[in-house]
Design a protein around this ligand. Structure first.
Ligand code: AMP
Length: 453
């Protein structure tokens, strides 16, 4: 379906033309009409499906078309992380270029000056506030944020926000909204707590579901089953090969500094990030870390260095697996097995964006039967067997091939009975219909977004 077939505002259509957007993505086709109709909407869709445009375009259309108060906050968009909030704000700037709507992004981690700028945007009534829950509540608690005129409330990546413990914060913010405020909830999954939140705040929502897509076909997906102590050596081998060297030889400096080569190594815990980072740095890779303990400035510097090619390898927690649109990543390494297939799709989806090819290598701990079981579930979900990277004999090899012959989790009865298993070299010792009501006041002035940011 073409955007021109939807009832979008002229100003929004002009922006889409400039951005060369022609065809709607499936979530846009399904979710834009009910938002334009004033319905509450639940959309089950993940990052990369065009979900941001799916809610921004109809909201901006309404803001431009109908008369909302020019000095009040008309829309609040909640996002789990500052990175996603920034990204939404960037898209907002593109889509709203020809639209009379200002915006302010409100997230933590910046300097005192940023807080003052956010306060300024909030008190002057930016039309669209894009915020992380904690930071918005901090401003609300200082008493100058008026949400009584909000017409649109969007929860982006709701499941992730709830996983991060934001349920009470979101409910506290939702209580400050007028009862006829239109609610839009985007979530990659709908676990019970997301469902509970939807039921608590929404009114007869229209539900739009976009099936969990499998990773793009052009991603060359591989897996390596190895013992935990072998992992770092295997990652180094994979990286050496990726940078054009021999897996067990040296890689020339000029190859390692190739600004076109970008890899993300995902690890499960931030404590592990440093460990992996140091091992890779020792081998001469241009590495940086990305996790939630970094302050805003550090995160931005890291992302910029990575985008500019000064850093080739980003060792990151899941903070960058969703929502962050960095182009030109050719290889994704899952240092640890992902929690579920959807996380896998998000991580691997960082590569092979647009028309590029991509590669992924997922490491699975042979000495952890739970991980092996998760890996079996992943292959079932993907409906294919991932190509295996074997551990060479020089690293001790690995004879575990499936969860059936993997050791039981540590501490379980089964694991103690298997304590006599012969160890190999390199192996570890253990294994509703609503109308958009016009405001009395209307829009008297064109307050551009520049003054709000
Ligand atoms: P999102 O799922 O919102 O993170 O969007 C993923 C990427 O797709 C972003 O870079 C968008 O700019 C882009 N995008 C979204 N919708 C379209 C569309 N209809 N045509 C082309 N690109 C799109």
């Amino acid at each position: 379906m073409k955007f021109s077939e939807l009832d979008l505002d002229e100003g929004v259509m002009q922006a889409l033309e400039h951005m060369h957007y022609k065809e709607c993505s499936p979530v846009q086709e399904k979710a834009i009409p009910p938002v334009l109709d004033g319905d509450d909407v639940i959309a089950v869709a993940q990052t990369g499906t065009g979900k941001t445009a799916a809610y921004l375009l109809p909201i901006l259309s309404c803001l431009n078309r109908y008369r909302y108060p020019s000095d009040a906050i008309n829309c609040v968009i909640m996002a789990p992380t500052r990175e996603l909030a920034q990204q939404i704000d960037q898209q907002m700037q593109g889509f709203s270029y020809y639209v009379d709507a200002s915006s302010v992004a409100v997230y933590g981690g910046g300097e005192g000056r940023d807080f003052a700028e956010q306060k300024n945007g909030l008190t002057r009534g930016a039309d669209v506030v894009i915020a992380t829950p904690g930071r918005l509540l901090s401003h609300i608690n200082l008493g100058y944020v008026d949400l009584s005129q909000v017409a649109f409330f969007v929860l982006d990546e709701a499941d992730r926000m709830l996983d991060m413990g934001f349920y009470d914060d979101i409910m506290a913010i939702a209580k400050l909204l007028p009862h006829d405020c239109q609610k839009i909830l985007y979530s990659a999954t709908m676990p019970p707590k997301t469902q509970k939140l939807a039921e608590a705040i929404m009114w007869h929502p229209t539900v739009v579901k976009i099936a969990v897509s499998k990773p793009a076909e052009k991603i060359h997906q591989q897996a390596c089953i190895c013992f935990e102590p072998q992992k770092v050596h295997m990652v180094i081998r994979v990286l050496k090969k990726f940078f054009g060297g021999k897996p067990d030889g040296f890689v020339k400096d000029e190859l390692l500094r190739n600004p076109e080569k970008r890899v993300v190594v995902f690890v499960s815990k931030k404590l592990k990030v440093k460990e992996v980072l140091l091992s890779l740095r020792k081998k001469g890779f241009q590495v940086a870390a990305m996790h939630s303990d970094l302050d805003q400035k550090e995160r931005e510097e890291t992302i910029n260095a990575f985008k500019a090619g000064r850093v080739n390898v980003l060792v990151a927690t899941d903070i960058v697996s969703r929502g962050i649109d960095i182009t030109g990543i050719q290889l994704v390494i899952n240092y640890d097995m992902t929690h579920d297939p959807e996380d896998y799709v998000h991580r691997v989806g960082r590569t092979a964006r647009a028309d590029a090819d991509g590669e992924s290598v997922t490491f699975v701990s042979a000495n952890d039967r739970r991980e092996m079981r998760k890996f079996a579930q992943l292959e079932k979900f993907l409906e294919k067997r991932l190509e295996r990277i074997e551990v060479p004999e020089s690293l001790g090899g690995c004879n575990i091939t499936s969860c059936e012959n993997a050791p039981a989790p540590e501490g379980s009865q089964a694991s103690s009975s298997q304590g006599t298993r012969k160890r190999r070299k390199g192996a570890p010792s253990r294994g509703r219909q609503r109308t958009h009501k016009p405001s009395q006041q209307g829009r008297q002035e064109n307050h551009g977004r520049d003054s709000q940011q």
